[in-house]
Design a protein around this ligand. Structure first.
Ligand code: APR
Length: 251
């Protein structure tokens, strides 16, 4: 049996399937990932543009990257992989999407139970007085955008050197502990604590399937099956098989 049929069987036979996604799932929507040759970190030094200390020292500089990411997030839509996860949730197969992405494409693709492990661009807050803003309330004409208190405003995304928001952390670790199947899509699995989630799931007896055209940093002992393909193509294939299996099941 080929990997696609095997994975579709694992999905339909699972009690509590969870997805863990990274930047790779949004590449086919037009958002570059971080660590491939043409990724974001090939153009911006993550310590200079992605670290909380850099933001505190020079918010205008970090906003050069943030504004580029914000514009990308505002301009793209979900691709077939996002829609597939939304459909698998609707079918009752997928119980949770844990994403490291800040692009809100999983929600636009129909998923509801989405844990945004690294936050999102939808909301922002003042670095000094912590006042919160909706994205559309903040003008990016001048950088950094400033609060009425004078402090620089920043998106509610997790920068290097910052912790994961408590609620996202506990929901994600709960999902990883409860699942009996975790599909890991489009992540290099190189950043903790997100990269710990598949290890926790595996230790609790879950089966781990990866979808990624390249190898990730996940140990081979953790990944049971690796579908080496772009997420969009892989999920178009998987959804065809899932639907035919469901029809067979009904007949
Ligand atoms: N389909 C599936 N996977 C893909 C595709 C695709 N079309 N294109 C690229 N990939 C894979 C790459 O092979 C790589 O393994 O997606 C992965 C992207 O890895 P990274 O660029 O490291 O992104 P990610 O794993 O999400 O990074 C984690 O690091 O920079 C921080 O906070 C940032 O959330 C991010 C975190």
């Amino acid at each position: 049996m080929d990997k696609y049929h095997k994975f579709a069987e694992l999905l339909l036979g699972s009690r509590y399937a969870v997805a863990l996604t990274g930047a790779g799932i949004s590449v086919e929507s037009g958002i570059p990932d971080f660590r491939s040759d043409e990724g974001v970190w090939a153009r911006y030094d993550p310590l200079e543009y992605g670290h909380i200390d850099s933001f505190q020292a020079d918010p205008a500089k970090v906003w050069n990257l943030l504004k580029e990411m914000d514009a990308m997030v505002e301009s793209v839509g979900p691709n077939d992989a996002h829609y597939a996860l939304g459909e698998l949730e609707k079918l009752g197969v997928l119980k949770m999407v844990i994403t490291q992405n800040v692009d809100s494409l999983h929600q636009k693709g129909g998923a509801n139970n989405v844990v945004e492990f690294h936050g999102s661009f939808r909301t922002m807050h003042c670095n000094d007085c912590l006042k919160s803003f909706h994205r559309r309330e903040v003008s990016l004409v001048e950088l950094p955008p400033r609060c009425t208190c004078g402090g620089p405003i920043r998106p509610d995304v997790v920068l290097f050197g910052e912790g994961i928001p408590d609620e996202a952390y506990s929901r994600a670790f709960d999902g990883a502990s409860r699942c009996d199947l975790m599909v890991v899509v489009g992540t290099s699995a190189s950043v903790a604590p997100a990269s710990d989630l598949p290890l926790i799931a595996r230790r609790r007896g879950a089966r781990i399937v990866e979808i990624n055209p390249e190898a990730s940093e996940l140990p081979r002992s953790v990944t049971e099956m690796h579908i080496m393909a772009p997420a969009g193509a892989a999920f178009r294939n998987i959804m065809k098989i899932v639907k035919s299996m469901q029809t067979e099941g009904k007949n």
